[in-house]
Design a protein around this ligand. Structure first.
Ligand SMILES: Cc1ncc(COP(=O)(O)O)c(C=O)c1O
Length: 358
């Protein structure tokens, strides 16, 4: 039996995608083999790879002067990969700190460049400092921010204007959840394991003029120029993850793309926040204008009931609702593949739990 899985990542995938992967498992379209068993240089896999890139480009309207790279190493790999590719040791880079993931990105960047934390929301990270207060460096190599903080549930519902300095965004937990204007960014990166597909694949969308300046010592597999030149196949890519990502992108197109998905995601999030706000038993601490559509953390008025909540939710088929170990409480991640029915089931469960335990 399928459950409603509210995991923050790796996360729920569309059932249709899993079914298609199952059907194609032993014999991918007459090749007599699984995608897992194919050479990444063969015609069959190249067609899968190229289709996935074309679909991602179409879904996000990626301009032709951007490269799309299918890499490994996770978003964490890019925490280092970005300064390695975009800075010199003397560069100043601006970072906006709105939560745990921003902080990790900052920690890693400090090993490569001079980091200016241009704005810091400060713990417990429940809001976004107004852009007018950001202390940006005029000649920074880039400005980095985290449009959606997966742990704190803090999301930018706008793209900050940072002038001519390239804007770099960790979109791990928000990519493909709504339309974005890629041309406003110098670089977008995301671990696949939330809205794109399985873990193991990392997407980098990077403007061409930012490629080709990797620092000496950058490993070839992290060098955007080397990877772009070889179609992300300088070495063996994560072929199966790439294939599943391709199926997810096809699914997304059938669903109406990011425009349609954005509307559904907003409706799902609003329903959950409305339930939380209407109750004195549940609480979400995030400023209303910065509440995430993807990750909804909430606490119970009586934390001693946390365990019971998790247990009873599980019995009701609602799983992985534990908050991040750093924060506690609950967190419902409601990525693209979580249907409205899953949110409805969670909302009904929460109301019933409050009635019986509140
Ligand atoms: C916003 C954000 N950035 C970075 C990461 C780290 O990604 P990875 O585990 O792919 O390195 C995560 C993982 O959950 C995340 O949510």
């Amino acid at each position: 039996m399928r459950v409603y899985n509210f995991s923050a990542g790796p996360a729920v995938l569309p059932v249709e995608v899993l079914e298609q992967a199952r059907d194609e498992m032993l014999d991918w379209r007459g090749t007599g083999m699984s995608v897992m068993e194919m050479s990444h240089r063969g015609k069959a896999f190249l067609s899968i790879a190229q289709q996935a890139e074309a679909d991602l480009r179409e879904l996000l309207s990626i301009p032709s002067n951007y490269k799309v790279l299918f890499l490994q190493g996770g978003a964490t790999g890019q925490f280092a990969g970005i300064p390695m590719n975009l800075t010199t040791p003397d560069s100043v880079v601006d970072y906006i700190n709105t939560g745990a993931w921003s902080k990790k990105a900052i920690g890693e960047a400090k090993r490569y460049a001079k980091v200016n934390v241009a704005a810091d929301a400060g713990e417990p990270y429940t809001s976004i400092p107004p852009v007018s207060s950001w202390e940006l460096t005029p000649n920074a190599a880039y400005v980095h921010y985290t449009p959606n903080e997966t742990i704190g549930g803090v999301e930018f519902h706008f793209v900050p204007d940072v002038g001519n300095v390239p804007l770099v965004a960790d979109m791990s937990s928000t990519i493909l959840s709504r339309p974005i204007d890629v041309s406003k960014f110098g670089l977008i990166y995301a671990g696949a394991q939330k809205n794109i597909g399985p873990a193991g694949l990392t997407i980098v969308i990077v403007r061409e003029d930012l490629i080709g300046r990797a620092r000496p010592g950058t490993p070839a597999f992290m060098d955007y120029a080397a990877m772009a030149k070889d179609g992300s196949m300088l070495n063996t890519p994560p072929t199966y993850a790439w294939y599943i990502a391709g199926l997810v992108l096809q699914w997304l197109k059938r669903k109406g793309g990011v425009e349609a998905m954005g509307k559904i995601n907003q409706a799902k999030a609003e329903k959950l926040y409305a339930t939380i706000d209407a109750s004195s038993f549940y609480r979400n601490p995030v400023a209303k204008d910065a509440r995430s559509w993807m990750n909804v953390p909430f606490t119970l008025a009586r934390p001693e009931l946390d365990k019971t909540f998790i247990e009873e939710a599980k019995t009701a088929g609602l799983v992985t609702l534990e908050g991040h170990r750093a924060v506690g409480g609950m967190r419902a991640s409601i990525y693209n593949a979580m249907p409205m029915e899953g949110v409805d089931a969670l909302v009904s469960f929460m109301k019933e739990f409050e009635r019986t335990h509140g």
